[in-house]
Design a binder for this molecule. Structure first.
Ligand SMILES: Nc1ncnc2c1ncn2[C@@H]1O[C@H](COP(=O)(O)OP(=O)(O)OP(=O)(O)O)[C@@H](O)[C@H]1O
Ligand SMILES: [Mg+2]
Length: 251
C-alpha cells in the first residue's frame, strides 16, 4: 500500500536562510510519526509547507492520498483531509467554544453531510470541554484552549492530523490527559498523526517512528529508541540537555 503522504525534495528559503533543506519522507497510514528537533530546526515551517500556508521552493513533490498538494491553498488542503493545530493557539475570538469547533468543520469534503452542531458537541465531550459550549473562547484556560484546538482540527474529519507542540505550557496532569486523548483519537477515528513535541518523555511513549531535523535537514530517522541513541541527534538536541528530557532552551 502506498504511503498516506509522500514528500520529496522539500526546500524553503526565507531570504538567505535555508529553513527546510532537501527534506524527503513518507507518512504511513495509521502511524503516529514524531518530528524531533531543536528550536529553529524547521518543524513548524514543515507544517506550514504541507498545509499550504507557505509555498515551497521549486522542485518539491508533496502527494497526499494520491492528490498533489502543490499550489493548493490551506482551505483546499484541509478539505482533502489534513488538519493541523498551531503552536500558539489561534481560536476565533468573539465566538463561543462550540462555534469555534463548527467553523473547523466547514468546507471539508469529508465532513459534508455531518450535522456540524451535533458533531461539534460530541467532539467537545471527547476532549473534555462538555458544558463549556456557550463560553466565549477568550475566557478559556490555556489547557482548555489546547483541547479546543484538537476538537476544532477533528471537526473536519481529517485523515491526517498535524500537532505542533500540543503539550507546550501544560502541567504534567494535563499532558497525561492530552496524551490519552491523542491515543484515543488515533485509535478510535483511525487517524494518522504527526507530532512535533519537545516534551520528550510523553513524545517517546506516543510515537512509533521519529524523524529528527536540525537546521532544516533530516539528520536521522528510526524508532524512538534508536533515535535517542543516534549520535547526530544527541549532538543536535539531547546533548544540549544533561537530563536528556528537555532542550535547555525550551521552557
Ligand atoms: N515566515 C518566516 N520568515 C522568515 N523566517 C522564518 C519564517 N518562519 C520561520 N522562519 C525561520 O525559519 C527557521 C525555522 O523556524 P521554525 O518555526 O520552522 O522552527 P521550529 O523547528 O518550529 O522551532 P521551535 O521548536 O522553536 O518551534 C527559524 O530560523 C525561523 O526564524
Ligand atoms: Mg515550531
Amino acid at each position: 500500500m502506498t504511503a498516506l503522504l509522500e514528500v520529496r525534495n522539500l526546500n524553503k528559503h526565507f531570504g538567505g536562510l535555508h529553513a527546510v533543506k532537501n527534506v524527503s519522507f513518507s507518512v504511513e497510514r495509521g502511524e503516529i510519526l514524531g518530528i524531533l528537533g531543536p528550536n529553529g530546526a524547521g518543524k513548524t515551517t514543515l507544517y506550514n509547507l504541507l498545509t499550504g500556508f507557505i509555498a515551497p521552493d521549486p522542485g518539491a513533490r508533496m502527494v497526499f492520498d494520491g492528490q498533489d498538494l502543490l499550489g493548493r491553498p490551506p482551505h483546499r488542503i484541509a478539505g482533502l483531509g489534513i488538519s493541523r493545530t498551531f503552536q500558539l493557539c489561534r481560536p476565533f475570538i468573539g465566538m463561543s467554544v462550540l462555534e469555534n469547533v463548527i467553523v473547523g468543520g466547514l468546507g471539508s469534503r469529508r465532513s459534508k453531510g455531518d450535522d456540524l452542531d451535533a458533531r461539534a458537541q460530541a467532539l467537545l465531550g471527547k476532549v473534555g470541554l462538555a458544558g463549556k459550549e456557550r463560553v466565549p473562547v477568550e475566557v478559556l484556560s490555556y489547557g482548555d484552549q489546547r483541547r479546543l484546538e484538537i476538537a476544532r482540527a477533528l471537526a473536519a474529519r481529517p485523515a491526517l492530523l498535524l500537532l505542533d507542540e500540543p503539550f507546550a505550557g501544560l502541567g504534567s496532569g494535563e499532558i497525561a490527559d492530552l496524551s490519552a486523548l491523542i491515543r484515543q483519537v488515533h485509535a478510535g477515528e483511525g487517524l494518522t498523526v504527526v507530532l512535533i513535541e519537545h516534551k520528550l518523555r510523553e513524545f517517546m511513549r506516543l510515537v512509533g517512528r521519529v524523524i529528527a531535523l536540525d537546521f532544516g535537514e533530516v539528520i536521522a530517522q528510526g524508532s524512538p529508541e534508536a533515535i535517542v541513541q543516534h549520535p547526530a541527534v544527541i549532538e543536535a538536541y539531547i546533548g544540549r540537555d544533561p537530563a536528556g528530557t528537555e532542550p535547555a532552551h525550551a521552557a
